[in-house]
Design a protein around this ligand. Structure first.
Ligand code: GDP
Length: 477
């Protein structure tokens, strides 16, 4: 990229302040080192400690990754069923589950857990993980090999499974004194029960620590609850002195779109967004019954961007504005499963001039009508759109949506969240600025492990609070 002021090749920080390893082949994943030229420099810098822990994780992964000697040894242990002696490498296997936004948040959560417990993260590729995201660790793979012994059984893993950690606890079949199994299934999905939730207690962690294979199914960003565990406190403090930037750093470290998806992103960006003076992202996701577009959602979108002065008012009495030579241009990137909202906003700024004289272009890459998480092209578009939203200067998101959380976190953007409509009525105010750009943990435990009773975990420490968009959720601030 050329720096216009000096007209010289600008030395860009393509390793993102040391967050990224330099040991990758550039062509195999263009987004990894090119993304800096599409983003503003982040005000959040990874701590030197995080950088050094990432480099040592990469070495561990290379030593223990698929088809290494250590991996084969660990498989022998897995196949034997019981834990014998100490294993050189221990693993967290992440099961592919739920929509793409959820999957991205849970991969980040599982990776942080792996980092904290010195485990190696292996990701079940599901239908298409490898076609969406590049390998994040150099000279190895994070994809769980297709011949992994338990792979065919993932579908049947549930809370009744004999190796389910919560189930074993409820029937008192697991403790530090007993022989431990070589693997456990961790059920951390939204419907998990009180026994599954003991995962978030230090006493259980010290037992889990001895189990070489942990197989995890979750659709939740569970990072906030890790910050409430005394055993991880010191390490997390050193890794993330800025607590609101946890997903921001982990996301920029882990999630690099494949060349195919990068093409979708960069072509769209160059064609519609690059030249605008300001880019506004609007992410619309409704969890209302029935198919949209809904008038009350449209009202809410418009009230939000006008009330927060993110886009200008229109002059309905006028048909033309005094011509200015270089009007300020704003590009609005909208994403939604429906085209209806985009059409209305676009028509509004086409039919009438703005009160400020600004020129507003409104764009939406796709309208896929409904969620199709098994469809590869559908997921590529979804990833491209999350990423494009993350390149905005300002972002409006919808409540409850992990799709929006991914965009805000990657972008380093504290969003304006549109509150969830109630009884088919938009809220007043329509939206509000979030406390931080961190995702919300939608199903946190409310349990005090020491006192063994319920507590409000949103009131224990100042940096873990209840979310703006979900009163029972938890987020880092
Ligand atoms: P959440 O349900 O909003 O938390 O987000 P998820 O990403 O987990 O699941 C929603 C899925 O629906 C996405 O992964 C996409 O497959 C699809 N989807 C929802 N909104 C959009 C959108 O604006 N654009 C596209 N392309 N897909 C969307």
């Amino acid at each position: 990229a050329l720096d216009e002021t000096t007209n010289q090749e600008e030395p860009k920080d393509k390793l993102v302040s040391g967050l990224l390893s330099a040991n990758f082949n550039e062509e195999s994943c263009l987004s990894r080192y090119q993304s800096v030229s599409y983003r503003k420099t982040s005000p959040y810098k990874p701590s030197p400690y995080l950088v050094s822990r990432l480099r040592s994780y990469e070495n561990l992964h290379k030593r223990c990754g698929p088809h290494t000697e250590a991996y084969d040894k660990a498989l022998e242990q897995l196949n034997s069923g019981v834990k014998i002696g100490d294993s050189e490498c221990n693993y967290v296997v992440w099961i592919s589950f739920s929509g793409l936004g959820n999957r991205i948040l849970t991969l980040a959560s599982a990776f942080l857990y792996a980092l904290l417990t010195n485990r190696v993260l292996l990701a079940d590729p599901g239908n298409d993980l490898g076609t969406l995201l590049c390998e994040p660790f150099p000279q190895t793979s994070w994809l769980l090999p297709l011949d992994f012994p338990l792979k065919g059984k993932f579908e049947s893993f549930d809370q009744k499974f004999t190796h389910c950690h919560g189930n074993m606890l409820s029937t008192k079949r697991i403790s530090a004194e007993r022989t431990l199994p070589s693997f456990l299934y961790l059920h951390l999905a939204h419907d998990y029960n009180e026994h599954d939730k003991l995962f978030f207690c230090d006493d259980e962690q010290s037992v889990l620590h001895k189990v070489p294979w942990l197989i995890m199914k979750t659709n939740n960003y569970f990072v906030p609850s890790l910050f409430l565990m005394p055993s991880f406190e010191n390490e997390l403090k050193k890794l993330f002195p800025e607590k609101e930037a946890v997903f921001h750093h982990l996301g920029r470290y882990l999630f690099h779109p494949t060349n195919d998806v990068w093409g979708l992103i960069t072509r769209y960006y160059e064609a519609y967004l690059a030249k605008a003076d300001e880019k506004i992202g609007i992410q619309i996701r409704t969890f209302e019954p029935g198919h949209g577009p809904f008038d009350y959602v449209m009202d809410q979108i418009q009230s939000c961007f006008l009330q927060e002065k993110l886009l200008p008012e229109i002059k309905m009495q006028e048909s033309v504005k005094i011509h200015s030579k270089n009007p300020i241009s704003k590009a609005v990137l909208m994403t939604s499963l429906s085209a209806g909202y985009y059409e209305k906003v676009r028509d509004m700024y086409w039919r009438y001039p703005t009160a400020t004289g600004e020129v507003i272009g409104v764009y939406q890459p796709s309208h896929e009508t409904f969620q199709q998480s098994e469809n590869k092209m559908h997921n590529k578009k979804a990833l491209a759109e999350m990423y494009l939203l993350s390149l905005s200067d300002k972002l409006i998101t919808s409540s409850w949506s992990t799709f929006g959380y991914v965009a805000q976190g990657l972008g380093g953007l504290t969003p304006w969240i549109m509150y969830k409509p109630e009884n088919q009525t938009a809220t007043d105010p329509a939206c509000g600025r979030a406390m931080s750009m961190e995702p919300c943990f939608h199903a946190p435990p409310f349990y005090d492990c020491k006192a063994k009773r319920g507590i409000d975990t949103g009131r224990v420490v100042p940096h873990v609070r209840h979310c703006e968009d979900m009163s029972w959720g938890l987020k880092l601030v």
